[in-house]
Ligand binder design. Sequence first.
Ligand code: PLP
Length: 279
Amino acid sequence: MTVYFNDKYIPHDEVKVSPFDRAFLFSDGVYEALRTYNNKFFRWDDHLKRLKYSLKELGINFNDFDRFKNIFTELADINNIKTDYSVYLQISRGVSFPRTHHYEDNLVPNVFSFAKPIKDNSKELTNGVKVILEKDLRWLRCDIKSTSLLPSVIANQNAIRNNAYEAILFRDDSITEGSHTSFFAVKDNKIFTAPLSNYILNGITRKVVLELCKENKIDSCEEHINVNELINFDEFFITGTTTEVTPIIQIDDWIVGDGKPGSITLKIQGLFFNTVKQV
Ligand code: PLP
């Protein structure tokens, strides 16, 4: 695979990064993940806004955003990607030597990006997935899309070990989100998702779903969901850039409803696909 690293397009195994890059030593960096539909970047402005927010919150000096569209398109071309694709972009604070927790303000960020074709997820979208519940062990700034992801990695690894797709996290008794997805529950045809705060990422697919609810007069709210009260809900689904709108049919050992994607979930999924088709 050819990747982008600091103004160069190079084979992925030829990238040279200093071990003193602060993302390597401290996870001191941010990232974004976006995708195309019909070869156009979906919700470009939202992704750019979130990236700028993450950089600002961590005080990483980076302003060179205008080239990104060209870089991503170039990555797809060079790698001969003909289908829709996802893009990973990482911006680290840069290299500081020797290792100290504090940093100088004039560091030069390292910029890394790669593109890959979207994996077929039609089975998960149609049949739904199993998730597990896990304690949310993340830090208190989950609103920043930082590369510091170890608790999410552990949670998702536990999910895979348990033949599940995703780990749904709870802090105290409140569901926050998935390890790499946003979480939704449905009760009496009303859609619930956790409110925006420092405890969750401002998911862009989450935002699209809430907009679709409003436009289509589907009752929705941003309210805490108690992990002990999940049993009172009728349906669940998760959302994300590549996860799209994926139904949940099992939580730990509990088969939700009749073990098939719920009707409201499928309605939202249908509305979502109509939206992305029109991109
Ligand atoms: N929540 C977390 C913790 C994530 O890492 C992600 C995506 O990576 C999401 C939610 C979904 O966000 P988006 O819909 O912008 O992809």
